[in-house]
Design a protein around this ligand. Structure first.
Ligand SMILES: C[C@H](O)[C@H](O)[C@H]1CNc2nc(N)[nH]c(=O)c2N1
Ligand SMILES: N[C@@H](Cc1ccc(O)cc1)C(=O)O
Ligand SMILES: [Fe+2]
Length: 574
């Protein structure tokens, strides 16, 4: 608790309004990007577990009689309705706004007659406990009386142990709860002690469905009873932003490396620097989707820092940076955005990127959590810091600053192939599990941040952490470190630290090759749905229905028609 109070105080001093770690009591003196991320995963898991357990114990309190009573009669009397709600309080799965049910994902749950039952199909030891799907359902039902009486389509898998005739009792129970059976399928079970597995698709009110599940669980004739998610019952995916404006909620900071918190930070002893950081952090926290990015009047000291990094990178890039970086750097110089006597403003940089790849910027107060940071990339939005590293350490700084973003990230975000790669990492992160986020951020780390690539047999840098830190750039191309071939599956589990120069770097054959490999690897991830970014609406669409796919196919047909026309026009004789 002491640590939390101290962190709270630090937060006030430094105006950190949203920090995942601080809000959850992470000891502010522990300093590692990786530990910090693990801590986030752990807290999320623990919270989820607590919520599930609470809901299960609540569910166990309700007796069968009560349930059946409530289900009888067309209308549940008002007093009982209240009681019902008391039993199923609103269950907020997440800490803060992470991990809430995704309420608009529809999932198909096919009844694969050959499939062995998965271990996790068996809900709990205590057979009338709620599974996660049921908690999501109960969550949806407890939102309002209307939500509770809303019709819900669902699929149940019941394993019968006393002969197929108990199916009759189940159907009767469904009738009692005013459900409509749409489909029934049965098969001989391969599970010992079970004679039949039955799949029942039905429709009934959410409230009744929960009661039905409870009452079936309490009967001794079934070995297990499972609800499979169907229309509008959410899959167990974490919440993620569906529209670019929702990134206003995706600005959680890591605690490490704030000058107020970390004695090793180059700015720790510098009061003026700390005050400046506070001012600039305020701008990021106040920023909302659609706002112009506020202009910063950089001080002479800040401009001096910029000039020294800019000039060195300008000297080193021709020899050590990849071709795509060099090309974009040149364009930025031609447009007078990259000049040595002033820092580029985020707004002009954002306008530049938008013209080239559709990427845009929004200001960030510091190092963001991987989940929040990656989510924005899905929308082709890069969350960029706006403060400048301390003047005493131009060659390398332990946290991202605007020089790192501008010199390291921006040139490549203007390259179409690289922009696409960045967005794909972002899209893959939406709704990913905590473990997968950890893997994705590790891949991001060894590619976008510290990647090397081949060019005419030579090794060149494309990682932003190398192109903004000439100290590390020279180290990465020296023989003091190890170079390995980029392979997403192995790269994703390579431990790393962000305190010092990296001991290992990964070398990609090319961006296109890295993208190909990444795509193949991502397709092995667990997310049960595919997403797509619609640039016209700035919305991420979940591709989970035939209708949505059909619309897309129509769009693609139109494009193919235009392409075919283009070919025939080009072929036309003079
Ligand atoms: C995704 C991965 O963890 C990566 O290192 C992120 C983390 N958070 C960040 N936050 C900011 N502001 N800038 C960055 O470059 C990053 N990089
Ligand atoms: N080391 C980089 C900045 C940086 C630090 C930490 C990060 O996670 C990312 C970037 C530089 O000096 O430019
Ligand atoms: Fe970065």
């Amino acid at each position: 608790m002491m640590a939390v109070a101290a962190a709270q105080k630090n937060r006030e001093m430094f105006a950190i309004k949203k920090s995942y770690s601080i809000e959850n009591g992470y000891p502010s003196r522990r300093r590692s990007l990786v530990d910090d991320a693990r801590f986030e995963s752990l807290v999320v898991k623990q919270n989820k577990q607590t919520v599930l357990e609470e809901a299960r114990s609540k569910a166990n309190d309700a007796s069968l009689e009560e349930c059946i009573q409530q289900a009888k009669g067309d209308h549940v009397p008002a007093e009982q309705k209240v009681e019902l709600q008391d039993e199923q309080p609103s269950l907020e799965l997440p800490v803060e706004d992470e991990y809430v049910a995704v309420d608009d994902i529809e999932t198909e749950a096919p009844f694969d007659t050959n499939a062995e039952p998965a271990d996790d199909e068996v809900p709990t030891k205590n057979d009338y406990g709620l599974t996660e799907d049921e908690i999501v359902l109960s969550n949806a039902a407890s939102e309002s009386p209307e939500a509770e009486s809303a019709m819900q389509r669902a699929a149940l898998v019941v394993r019968l142990k006393e002969g197929i005739s108990s199916l009759g009792r189940i159907l009767k129970a469904i009738e009692t709860f005013h459900g409509a059976v749409q489909h029934v399928e049965s098969r001989q079970s391969r599970i010992e002690g079970v004679d039949h597995d039955v799949l029942i698709k039905l429709e009934m009110t959410r409230g009744n469905l929960l009661q039905l599940i409870r009452s079936l669980r309490q009967s001794g004739s079934f070995s297990s009873m499972n609800l499979l998610a169907e229309n509008n019952i959410s899959v167990k995916a974490p919440w993620f932003p569906k529209h670019a404006s929702e990134l206003d909620n995706c600005n959680h900071l890591m605690t490490k490396y704030e000058p107020d918190l970390d004695m090793n930070h180059p700015g720790f002893a510098d009061k003026v620097y700390r005050q400046r950081r506070k001012e600039i952090a305020e701008i990021a926290f106040a920023f909302k989707y659609g706002d112009p990015i506020p202009h910063i009047n950089y001080t002479d000291v800040e401009v001096k820092t910029w000039r020294s990094v800019f000039r060195t990178v300008q000297d080193l890039a021709p020899k050590h940076a990849c071709a795509e970086y060099r090309a974009a750097f040149q364009m930025l110089q031609d447009e007078q955005i990259f000049v040595d006597h002033r820092l580029p403003q985020l707004q002009e940089m954002s306008d530049f990127l938008r013209k080239h790849t559709g990427f845009s910027l929004r200001p960030a107060a510091g190092l963001l959590t991987a989940r929040d940071f990656l989510a924005s990339l899905a929308f082709r939005i890069f969350q960029s810091t706006q403060y400048v590293r301390h003047v005493n350490s131009p060659y390398h700084t332990p946290e991202p600053d605007t020089i790192h973003e501008l010199l390291g990230h921006m040139p490549l975000l203007a390259d179409p192939s690289f922009a696409q790669f960045s967005q794909e990492i972002g899209l893959a992160s939406l709704g990913a599990s905590d473990d997968e986020i950890e893997k994705l951020s590790t891949v991001y780390w060894f590619t976008v941040e510290f990647g090397l690539c081949k060019e005419h047999g030579q090794v060149k840098a494309y990682g932003a952490g190398l192109l903004s830190a000439y100290g590390e750039l020279l180290h990465a191309i020296s023989d003091k470190c190890e170079h390995r071939a980029f392979e997403p599956a192995t790269t994703a589990v390579q431990p790393y630290q962000d305190q010092e120069y990296q001991p290992i770097y990964y070398v990609a054959e090319s961006f296109e090759d890295a993208k190909d490999k990444f795509r193949r690897w991502v397709s092995t991830m667990s997310r049960p749905f595919e997403v797509r970014f619609n640039p016209h609406t700035e919305r991420v669409e979940i591709l989970d229905s035939v209708d949505k796919l059909e619309t897309l196919v129509h769009q693609m047909n139109t494009e193919i028609l235009h392409l075919t026309n283009a070919i025939s026009k080009l072929r036309r004789p003079f």
